[in-house]
Design a protein around this ligand. Sequence first.
Ligand SMILES: Cc1cc2nc3c(=O)[nH]c(=O)nc-3n(C[C@H](O)[C@H](O)[C@H](O)COP(=O)(O)OP(=O)(O)OC[C@H]3O[C@@H](n4cnc5c(N)ncnc54)[C@H](O)[C@@H]3O)c2cc1C
Length: 517
Amino acid sequence: MSPGPEAEEKTMDRIPDVLPHDAHNATLISNVRPPEWRNPEPVPRYNLVVIGAGTAGLVTAAGAAGLGAKVALVERHLLGGDCLNTGCVPSKAIIRSSRVVSDLRDADQFGIKASIGIEVDFPAVMERMRRLRARVSEHDSAKRFKELGVDVFLGEGRFSNPDTVEVAGKTLRFRKAVIATGSRPAEPSVEGLAEVGFLTNETVFSLTERPRRLAVIGGGPIGCELAQAFRRLGCEVTLFHNASHILNREDSDAAEIIQQSFIRDGIRLVLNCKTKKVEKKDGDKVIHIECGGSTEAIAVDEILVGAGRAPNVEGLNLEAVGVQYDKREGVKVNDHLQTSNPSIYAAGDICLNYKFTHTADATARIVIQNALFLGRRKLTSLTIPWCTYTDPEIAHVGMYEKEARERGFEVETITRWLNDVDRAILDGEDKGFVKIHVKKGTDKILGATIVARHAGEMISEISLAIGGNLGLKTLANVIHTYPTQAEAIKQVADSYNRTRLTPFIKGLFSRWLAWRR
Ligand SMILES: Cc1cc2nc3c(=O)[nH]c(=O)nc-3n(C[C@H](O)[C@H](O)[C@H](O)COP(=O)(O)OP(=O)(O)OC[C@H]3O[C@@H](n4cnc5c(N)ncnc54)[C@H](O)[C@@H]3O)c2cc1C
């Protein structure tokens, strides 16, 4: 029996508009929200119903289906979620273009005269981003997930009973469910901001024209990455942050290097000021701030807000199924990622403080095991690194020194500055350091921070060491290819070994060697 027009309409909720309407976005849509998609007929009961098809939902669904589970995946917007559509992928594409600008700017330091001057073709930069995003979107396509054996339902998911989810007029019965609905940009409560209008990560990647003057509100990872990228792409950028330093969750010596890089890029930093109100005046967006008793009005063309994330808990009917949540913190889970309803789990941004794609992925893997195979894997067992992709990048894993001391460790910190590392000097990328904290008197690594142009690539070695319980002595024995910036890690380990050489042991060595002469 064919469905009537009303049911047909309910097959999918409205198709989201992804701007601009060009061939690249058409490819993106055809992969992650195919207009011709027809939701399948649900099976009588699923092993797993996953709500949300960002990284957490996709990894859960693909992994569970691969192990033989019958899985339904529900997505109201675009498969791929934030990372593919409005987060990591588009931001890293434009950051790459912005690095070309800085390389050209500094070309004379390498003996290269870029005498024709630099002209950023902003529409072309954005087009490149859309083209690459469309290409990457194949990995997250509805077709691919169907081929993996996942029943993909496009539409808004909502719990209707303790063991059912409703989507686009269909009822999905489940044995276990996973909430992977992610997060969205939090809106700061600034008078007039909503009326004047602002960009977020959900809209900024649709720009085709460069705003001449851009205000970025928020000096955390998202705000900093985008502020620097847009500055290098030619916008006049003012970055507003409500602390005395950007990236203030990182160690101040690390954040200071990034801050100096921003100043060199020509970003205006407005730190520790109160944003009183925003208004529209003569076609400008005017931001009124108050700083240490004085006031200032800053006129811009666009405002980009990157000031924290809000979990997508609304509309899921969580109360009805006994899932506890908090509007700011998200869905509450135990260490096994189980919610207060034992049949419902959560993964990714919706339940984590660590809002990263790799943690969405890692928690999805825990959920598969715990929800389907009576596993007892723990969130707290994960070693979670992160990286902010400014230039230079700042990456961290494990504990900060202060945190380690608060947790009762005596800490020894060894730092290697990149201006002492051959490859960093040769690359002209010598602003930064590798800093590793060990438990005093041992080589046990408690945490590390790396500031380097490719810190995100370098931190994995230390994550492996922490996760694999390998100490600094082991890292000292790893042969690193010469010359690489990662040698800085080995040099930290070598420094550690030298501290073990007490005068007594050195004396013994001297006597042994004298005897052997
Ligand atoms: C600008 C920016 C840059 C970033 N860069 C990086 C980076 O470089 N590296 C990194 O690790 N992380 C980065 N992140 C963070 C990363 O994007 C997120 O941590 C990651 O996407 C979280 O994945 P998720 O699956 O938990 O949630 P999401 O990706 O948010 O996916 C959740 C999905 O659930 C859907 N959904 C919500 N409610 C419902 C419902 N009721 N029914 C059906 N579907 C629903 C949403 O439409 C969405 O598709 C960045 C974020 C931003 C904003």
